[in-house]
Every structure is written in structure tokens, then in C-alpha cells.
Design a binder for this molecule. Sequence first.
Ligand code: ZN
Length: 167
Amino acid sequence: MFKKSREWHNIRPDEREIVARHMKNVPVKLGAMAKELGISVKLSSLPINVSGQISKTSGGYEIKINRHESRQRQRFTLAHEISHYLLHRTVIDDLGGTLKDNVLYRSGAEESIEYEANRLAAHIVMPEDVLEKAYLEYGEQLSEAAIEHLAEQFGVSKAAMEIRVAA
Ligand SMILES: [Zn+2]
């Protein structure tokens, strides 16, 4: 019933294997996923209107996450930046090596790029098969409390879970 994102098949096969392996259990361990992909992740004091950014460094890529945002929000931002890494490395290059996302996940890159990163991020933090299993336990009609519980289980905001189960 739940689907993979359409971006899934655009990920390089060796990297897709790494990502898939980390999506077997929730909450998905995004830090470990990033590390295995060779990305360094730092919690940083970014400006208040910036949620996260990804930069090319001499040795690879580095993601910075705004330490002042909520934990769930930080998780989604990390999944969003990992998605930029997986899908948009040439875009990051074209932007001079840094893609910076404001609080609306707008970066100055084309809007379609941001939709792709958001869809893949939602897929990564709410893997379809784990979600399917959890969903079946609640039956077809998802109550408010059930959605809250699912959100907690997956480490996402209630709003993010609502969008995923309604899709
Ligand atoms: Zn973005």
C-alpha cells in the first residue's frame, strides 16, 4: 500500500544498498547511514532561518544541522540533506559547493530539486514496509492517537506522518 518514492531508483545502486540496509528498523539511524555514505554530520549554530546545509569539502561532503531546531525537525533536515547528497551532487557543485536550506527547505536551487529531496527524505525516515506493518496493527482507520504513536515510533513529526499515511 505504501510506496517507495519515485526518486528511489535514481540513487546510485551501491549507495541505495547502504540506505536500504539502514531503513530496516525505526527510528532509522540517519547518523549511521550518513557515516557509511562517507558524509560527516555536525550539529551547528546556523542562522535562525537556516535548517541545514550540505557542502563539498576537500575530503568529501559535510552536512550541518541547526542545533536550535527540534529533534524531529533535525532528523527530517538530516534526511533531506542526505537526499541532496544522493540525488543532487552536480547541483551542489553548480551552486559553488554549498547548498543551504532555509526553514522552508528552499535553497536557491530549482524548486523541483527541493520536492525531490523532501519526497526521498519522507521515504527514508518512514520506510514503506516497516510503516505497512505498523499500519496494519492499527487497522484501516487511523485515529489521532495512532498517528501520534506512529510518529513517535518513527521519530518524525505528527504532520510528516499525516502526510505520509494520506499519500
Ligand atoms: Zn533542500
